[in-house]
Structure formats: structure tokens, C-alpha cells
Design a protein around this ligand. Sequence first.
Ligand SMILES: NC(=O)c1ccc[n+]([C@@H]2O[C@H](COP(=O)([O-])OP(=O)(O)OC[C@H]3O[C@@H](n4cnc5c(N)ncnc54)[C@H](O)[C@@H]3O)[C@@H](O)[C@H]2O)c1
Length: 269
Amino acid sequence: MKTVVITGSARGLGFEMAKVFKKNDYNVVLSDVNTEKLKKALEELNQINSKTQADYQECDITKEDDIQRLISFSINRFQSIDIWINNAGVNQPDKAIWELENDEIQCILDVDLKGTILCSKYIMKEMMKQKAGAIYNIEGYGSNDAKMLGLSIYGTSKRAVTYFTEALAKECEEKHTGVIVGKLSPGIMITDFITNALANKERITLSEKTKKVYNILGDYPDVVANYLVNKMITNTKNNVKIDWLPNYKAAWRFMTSGIHKRDFFIEKK
Ligand SMILES: NC(=O)c1ccc[n+]([C@@H]2O[C@H](COP(=O)([O-])OP(=O)(O)OC[C@H]3O[C@@H](n4cnc5c(N)ncnc54)[C@H](O)[C@@H]3O)[C@@H](O)[C@H]2O)c1
């Protein structure tokens, strides 16, 4: 039986990916910053009928001790880690760079960039012992160099995550580690993330223009998770990008938006 560990998986994309892995007979380790949320998520995950098991371990990805505890917990529980997904992330308050408090900037960089780097470092050491494994990092706004007011520090982090992931993939190959590394690009998802900054510390009010774009390009996370997980399960290549919303698909969505009308925000008005 194979095992997947997903950071930030008590809700949103991480939790939806966990469900798809469980349905595909993977052992699953959920992890997040809040034990109560994790317990609830595990209960729901356990309702999925499969040959495998699931468990959780609290882990703040900005803390080295937590990361190491998550790795040793997963190995003790399931013997090996086949796939590790650096999914945990926080959104940015809708402010220009100079309007952000220093601790807000620090929080975004710590979770979205440093957390991914630290988790990758420690899980690499474990996967090198196994001489096998796959690590996936999540791209986001800014990964492709796009820029937008209010997302500059988040974008800085995600742009760096893209570079970091490619650099890690290259090192894995050159050092013959047996580990593969890839990027997951989930497009825009209708999760709590889009209306909450800094892990629910600050609310984001979406403008009508932003909602219009999200209605055209966005998807619920279960749809995206299904696509990403099915690609990860069959992938054997290093340095891949698994892309839910490539440019041609985004262009098609805009071209057909007059016919395929959607409103994700209708109940929230
Ligand atoms: N929602 C989108 O439109 C979108 C688009 C592109 C990329 N992404 C990326 O996808 C990933 C998942 O996003 P989501 O929409 O499911 O968000 P979400 O807010 O629903 O879930 C993120 C999870 O990460 C957890 N988390 C936050 N800080 C943490 C920390 N320090 N340690 C461990 N866990 C922590 C949160 O508690 C939460 O459960 C993130 O990396 C995000 O940047 C999201």
C-alpha cells in the first residue's frame, strides 16, 4: 500500500486531494495547524470505503520540529512515504506592499515559501533513504510572473516556489536520488482561501470584477483535486508540471463565458 502526506489538508484543496488518494487505496496522513479541524477531517475521510487507512498529525510547516515529527509519525504509522505534497498556504491581505505590516509579510513568506523549502529539505532526507518518492509543490498567482495589486508578496513566494521546485528536481536528478519532484498548478479554486488572508486572520472582500473572473476561471477544489491526484498517481517523470488551467483552457473559458454562465457567489450576496 502506498502512502501520501499532505500539508495543510484539514480543508480546501489539501483535504479534497486526501479524499481522492483514499479512494485510490492510498494510506493518507492529514496535517494542519489545528487538531480540532484535523479530527473532523479525519472522521469524514474515514467514511470513504477503501483498503487503506488514514491518520493525522498536527504540523505547522514553519516549525522544523513539527515537520520532523510529521515525517517520523508517518513512517512509524505506514512504513514509507511515497508522495509528499507541500500544499499548506496562506493568502495575502488585499494591500499594496508598503501597506502591509512586517509581521504580515513575514507570515506569507514563512508559510508559502520557507515552509515549502523546509518540508522539502526534510522529506528529501527521508526519501533518499528509501531511494524513491515524489514531492509536489503548489504553484499559485505569480508563479508565471503575473503581477497584481494586493498579491505581490504572495506572488513573490509562489514565483520562488516555482524556481525552487525546478532547482530541487534538477538536484534530485544530478545526485541520482531516485526521488522525483513536480509542480501542481490548480488554477483558481473556490475555497476559504480566496476570502481569507493569513490563515483566517483577515477577511478579503472580493470586488465585482474579481468575482467575474473567478466565475469564469474558478472551480471547486474537489474537481481540481480529482484531476491533479489522477495525474500524480500515474506520473513517473521528474520535473513535471501538472496544470489544471493551462492558457488554452483559460482562453476557452473566456470565449465561452457568455454560454456557460456560472455564479459561485450567489448564496453569499
Ligand atoms: N484557492 C485558490 O484559488 C488557489 C489558487 C492557486 C493556488 N492555491 C494554493 O493551493 C494551496 C491550497 O489552497 P486552498 O485554496 O485549499 O487554501 P485553504 O486556505 O482552504 O487551505 C490551506 C490550509 O493550509 C493550512 N495552513 C495555513 N498555514 C499553515 C501552516 N503554517 N502550517 C500548516 N498548515 C497551514 C490552513 O489551516 C488550511 O487548512 C495553497 O498553497 C494555495 O496557495 C490556491
